[in-house]
Design a protein. Structure first.
Length: 95
């Protein structure tokens, strides 16, 4: 199930992608690098920050009432590529 976040058009929010349940991470591998898609029109996505088994990005902008699918691909130190998707909905007032 994808992670979901709701934010207002005017907010800048942190979005976290969780890799803790991947067998590679459970087995002791670590996230070495990450890329978050930057295709969603109207969003500004900051540089990924790796925090152990999570990857965080700061997101701002967006189009009111749009829902965006965000994809984060993490490469582990052992060479695995792991993909986590999330949904971001843009509201008038946030949550």
């Amino acid at each position: 199930m994808p992670t979901t976040l709701e934010k207002a058009v005017t907010e800048a929010r942190i979005f976290a992608f969780d890799y803790s349940n991947f067998i590679e991470i459970v087995g002791g591998d670590t996230v070495a690098s990450a890329i978050v898609d930057d295709d969603p029109i109207g969003l500004t996505i900051g540089a990924p920050i790796i925090l152990a088994d999570r990857v965080q990005v700061l997101i701002s902008g967006g189009v009111f009432l749009d829902t965006y699918t965000l994809t984060c691909t993490a490469t582990t130190a052992g060479g695995s590529d792991l993909v986590v998707c999330g949904l971001l909905t843009i509201s008038q007032c946030g949550t």
